[in-house]
Design a protein around this ligand. Structure first.
Ligand SMILES: Nc1ncnc2c1ncn2[C@@H]1O[C@H](COP(=O)(O)OP(=O)(O)OP(=O)(O)O)[C@@H](O)[C@H]1O
Ligand SMILES: [Mg+2]
Length: 421
């Protein structure tokens, strides 16, 4: 179905027309649109890139890149095709060749995550490049992409959400805009005229801490100190012994068990009840083979899990997708498994919101390792100075299990503070 065009905001129109003679920016080589999520960057930028490439070049090759090929298709190609349909412009998507043909130009498609993506880039002589969510690309891909744009009059279009203050897009592009010829357009949610106040509010409620500042306020700020500063020892815990009546409803809730598997590293199970709003972590299992000086086999771990869940085979086991041998063992024993979603950054963002909303609560006396880890779970300051955002990989096993639980089982609705059906 064709795209329904709605009025473009002033910022979107600046992005659409910057390359046209008389805009005052037509001599610049780069354009970067950064800022809040859902602020209208991608829609305006793909249209701008398409119009520019069709107006200024014939018979040329272009680079069109996303973080992964799936993200590229979802966020860029599908809206682009629906806009082309609405405008009555024909295109041909040659999937096998990873290419789209529009008019006399050819647009080569890339997922920046692929190891061989740069090899494919290497042979190209491009007249322009488009990078969606550029801050999530490896730097080497961006450098190579720029290097390939050697045709006279080539231009580079990039958009992204802000990241850490030391990220290369901030330090080497935004901060050096004048020197390198970059036109920067900063977007806020006000720049998308199609967002209703309700939708905006629900997006705002879906982020907490540093992610709120980056994704909602659009600031380039680094994550520092505690990963989960919103954790509160009173509000995020509960005690079964102190209120035995509270234990009764738990029995009727859905049960999950989140697993961070490890053999040389610690192995963690979290026993969780879900009332549709809150995850109640009632118990933990923690086996540290290094401290105990004994590694366990998959069969031993499966025995431990069976005992830990009191023989319950109906609990859904959320497990690290890479733990192939342990998964096979559990499946043989009749457990119900679900692969955990394990994107670190997105998972931490989800977990942070749930903690802030008190939608995660741990049993005060039965989860000592989880409670210890949550206070010691810090952003890695050395990685930060290199422009990367990630937690210190140390005492993070209950943290990984917690993240798997939250990120795998949370709907967008619950994340905005609602109650799942
Ligand atoms: N001019 C417009 N006409 C119609 N719809 C629009 C227009 N501008 C924005 N939108 C709508 O707003 C949504 C968000 O816009 P877009 O995807 O461009 O945001 P974004 O800034 O790239 O967000 P993110 O940072 O999450 O990728 C689009 O999916 C589209 O539905
Ligand atoms: Mg976008």
């Amino acid at each position: 179905m064709g795209f329904v065009f709605r009025p473009f905001s002033r910022r979107q129109r600046q992005l659409l027309n910057w390359w046209r003679p008389g805009s005052g920016h037509e001599h610049q080589r780069f354009v970067l649109a950064d800022g809040a999520i859902r602020s209208g960057k991608t829609i305006a930028m793909i249209l701008s890139f398409f119009l520019w490439s069709q107006t200024c070049h014939e018979g040329r090759e272009f680079i069109v890149a996303g973080v992964t090929s799936g993200a590229l298709k979802r966020n860029v190609l599908l809206p682009l095709f629906s806009m082309l349909d609405a405008l009555g412009i024909p295109y041909e998507w040659k999937r096998g060749e990873g290419m789209v043909v529009i008019g006399t130009n050819r647009y080569f498609l890339f997922g920046a995550d692929k190891d061989n993506a740069q090899d494919k880039l290497q042979g190209m002589t491009a007249a322009g490049a488009y990078a969606d969510e550029a801050a999530l690309f490896p730097r080497s891909f961006i450098d190579q992409m720029i290097g390939r744009c050697s045709v006279e009059g080539s231009r580079i279009f990039m958009n992204c959400n802000p990241n850490g203050a030391y990220h290369y897009i901030k330090t080497d592009f935004i901060d050096r805009a004048e020197e390198i010829g970059l036109y920067r357009l900063h977007f806020t949610m006000d720049d998308n005229l199609t967002l209703s106040p309700e939708i905006r509010e629900s997006y705002a409620r879906s982020f907490a801490g540093v992610f709120y500042r980056q994704y909602i306020l659009g600031e380039w700020v680094s994550a520092e100190g505690a990963v989960y500063p919103m954790w509160d020892d009173r509000e995020n815990t509960f005690a079964l012994e102190e209120s035995p009546e509270a234990a009764v409803p738990l029995r009727h809730m859905r049960r999950f068990c989140a697993v961070d598997y490890g053999t040389a590293n610690p192995c963690v199970f979290l026993d969780v009840r879900d009332d549709g709003r809150t995850f109640w972590i009632v118990n933990e299992y923690y086996w540290d083979s290094a401290a105990r000086k004994r590694q366990k086999t998959d069969a031993e771990y499966a025995d431990d899990l069976t005992a830990f869940l009191g023989g319950d085979r109906n609990a859904q086991i959320i497990v690290d997708p890479s733990a192939a041998s342990f998964k096979a063992e559990l499946r043989n024993r009749g457990f119900r498994l679900q692969d955990a979603r394990n994107e670190v950054r997105e998972g931490i963002a989800t977990t942070a919101v749930l903690i802030g909303n008190r939608q995660v609560r741990a049993e005060r006396n039965r989860c000592p390792c989880l409670l210890r880890e949550i206070h010691g779970y810090l952003w890695d300051s050395k990685a930060r100075d290199r422009g990367e955002e990630r937690p210190v990989k140390d005492h993070d096993h209950a943290m990984d299990a917690l993240r798997y639980l939250c990120h795998t089982r949370t709907t967008r609705f619950r994340r905005a503070g609602g109650h799942d059906a």
